[in-house]
Design a protein around this ligand. Structure first.
Ligand code: DX5
Ligand code: ZN
Length: 221
């Protein structure tokens, strides 16, 4: 059986920040399914990127869902601001606060979908007792903080494990992978059970005229 082509979520972290709006429009026109927004605070991860005002400025320019990946601690005080700015999916790391369940319920209370992000060292069992509270699962195949890193093959077994946990719920929870995704590693992720792929470098390389081909290649041609 051939797996369904994965959803592609270009990470604007790899785009030209001086032309952010045009870049968001270009990837949407090139076939992107979601726009992945990496939010970093220089505290939870060793890099600083963007905040809710940038999400708000981009939101009217494209119509695809905004997949907002929060790499900030604390995270709860900022959830409502990102939702108000236009985030559709909001994902958090369990390590960002002491009460993951409370954070997921807070996200859902705003009307956004609630995602959990797994660092390379975070075990799948972290969400074993809260599958009902999760709308998206995001497996990091790098250490969060920077684009352009190399895919960690050790995470494929975790993707397989989480696939089984999702299937057991009977719910259609997207299983997304983030970090070092290329056409080659994309195939491995999909074979392991991933249904959505974040890609920065692999989408934005070559400039706007290459985006459609880059996205197609990630989907499997
Ligand atoms: C890193 C981010 C990723 C990153 C992916 O912390 O979460 O979304 O931008 O970039 P590539 O695809 O270049 O590995
Ligand atoms: Zn990300």
């Amino acid at each position: 059986m051939t797996a369904k082509p994965p959803l592609i979520a270009p990470s604007i972290l790899a785009s030209d920040f001086a032309r952010l709006g045009e870049e968001a429009r270009a990837v949407e026109a090139a076939g992107a399914d979601w726009l992945h927004v990496d939010v970093m605070d220089g505290h939870f991860v060793p890099n600083i990127t963007i905040g809710p005002d940038v999400v708000k400025a981009l939101r009217p320019l494209v119509s695809i869902p905004f997949d907002v990946h929060l790499m900030i601690a604390p995270v709860d005080p900022y959830v409502e601001a990102f939702r108000a700015a236009g985030a559709d999916l909001i994902s958090v790391h369990p390590e960002a606060g002491p009460h993951l369940d409370r954070t997921l319920k807070l996200i859902r209370s705003t009307g956004a979908k609630a995602g959990v992000v797994f660092n390379p060292s975070t075990p799948p069992e972290t969400i074993q007792w809260m599958m009902d509270d999760v709308d998206l699962i995001l497996v990091m195949s790098i250490n969060p903080g920077f684009g352009g890193q190399t895919f960690m093959h050790s995470q494929l077994a975790k993707i397989e494990r989480l696939r089984k946990m999702i299937d057991a719920t009977g719910r259609d929870i997207p299983l997304e992978v983030d970090g070092g995704v290329t056409p080659e590693t994309a195939r491995l992720c999909v074979a392991a059970g991933a249904t959505a792929l974040v890609a920065g470098t692999a989408v934005f390389k070559g400039g706007p005229s290459a985006y459609a081909d880059n996205i197609r290649a990630l989907r499997g041609g």
